[in-house]
Write a protein that binds this ligand. Structure first.
Ligand SMILES: C[S@@+](CC[C@H](N)C(=O)[O-])C[C@H]1O[C@@H](n2cnc3c(N)ncnc32)[C@H](O)[C@@H]1O
Length: 234
C-alpha cells in the first residue's frame, strides 16, 4: 500500500475520536499551539487563507477568528470523513461557518490556481505527506508574493531528560490512549513511529528554502515536543 493510501485509510478510520484524542493527549495544550501558529501570520481582515491538511478544522477557525469580520479560510484535506466532521462541527458555530470553505485535495497537487492565498497553514501533517518538497512547492505556487506559511508539527526535545520522558509518553501513554478514544491501536503505533522518525528541524528549513521560501525559521514549543516553522514567499 502506498503511503498516501495508508494515511488516507488511517484518518478515515479515526475521525470520530480524533478531537477527543487530541485534547487528552496534549493535556489541553493543542489549542494554544494552534493560536500561536496563527499569531505568527499577522493575518488581516479580508485575507484568504489555506489550511492544508485541515482535519476537523481547529486550525482553520483560529485563522477565521483572527480575520473577523471579513476573511475566507479554505480547509483542504485528503480525507472526506475528516472534512465532513469539520463541516458538521463548524456549521453549528454562530460565526465560523460563514467564513469556512472546504476542498478535498492532496497536498502534493493542490486543486487551486497560482497566487490564490495570502497565507497558508499546515497542522501536524508534515510527517504524513508522501512528498514534503513537492508539498512545499505547491504551497509556494498557490501563495501570493509576500504570502506567509505557518507549519505546526511534533518535534523531539533536545534536553536528554525531556527526550527520555517524551519517548516514554509516546510509547506507554499515546497508543493505549488512542485505543481508548478511537477503538484502534495501529494508527497510534504509526503516530509514535512517525514522530520519532521525522526529519530534523534544520532539514525541514532546508527543504522550505529549496522550494523557494525565504526567511524560514523554526521555534520549539512545550520543551521541543512541538515546533512552529514559518517562512515567506519572496
Ligand atoms: C494529524 S491530522 C491534523 C489535522 C489538523 N490540521 C489539526 O491541527 O488537528 C492530519 C490531517 O492531514 C491530512 N492529510 C494527510 N496527508 C495529506 C495529504 N497528502 N494531502 C492532504 N491532506 C493530508 C489527513 O487526512 C488528516 O486530516
Amino acid at each position: 500500500m502506498s503511503k498516501e493510501n495508508f494515511i488516507h485509510k488511517l484518518f478515515d478510520t479515526i475521525t470520530p475520536g480524533y478531537d477527543c484524542f487530541n485534547r487528552i493527549a496534549s493535556m489541553g495544550l493543542d489549542q494554544a499551539w494552534r493560536r500561536k501558529t496563527i499569531d505568527s501570520l499577522n493575518l488581516q481582515p479580508g485575507m484568504r487563507v489555506l489550511d492544508l491538511a485541515a482535519g476537523t478544522g481547529d486550525l482553520s477557525v483560529e485563522s477565521v477568528f483572527k480575520m473577523l469580520p471579513l476573511g475566507i479560510v479554505v480547509a483542504c484535506d485528503l480525507s472526506h470523513p475528516m472534512l465532513c466532521s469539520a463541516a458538521g462541527k463548524w456549521a453549528r458555530h454562530p460565526v465560523a461557518g460563514w467564513h469556512l470553505r472546504y476542498a478535498q485535495g492532496r497536498a502534493e497537487q493542490l486543486p487551486f490556481p497560482e497566487n490564490s492565498f495570502n497565507a497558508a497553514t499546515i497542522g501536524f501533517a508534515l510527517r504524513n505527506v508522501s512528498d514534503l518538497g513537492g508539498t512545499f512547492r505547491e504551497l509556494r505556487r498557490v501563495l501570493r508574493p509576500g504570502g506567509r506559511v505557518a507549519l505546526l508539527e511534533f518535534g523531539r526535545p533536545r534536553n536528554l531528560l525531556l527526550r527520555v520522558g517524551h519517548w516514554l509518553w509516546l510509547t506507554l501513554v499515546l497508543p493505549p490512549l488512542g485505543l481508548l478514544t478511537t477503538g484502534k491501536l495501529w494508527p497510534f503505533l504509526y503516530l509514535r513511529r512517525s514522530i520519532l522518525g521525522f526529519l530534523a528541524p534544520e532539514e525541514v528549513l532546508r527543504r522550505l528554502k529549496e522550494a523557494g521560501f525565504s526567511i524560514a525559521e523554526t521555534r520549539p514549543m512545550t520543551g521541543g515536543t512541538v515546533r512552529l516553522y514559518t517562512a515567506q514567499r519572496p
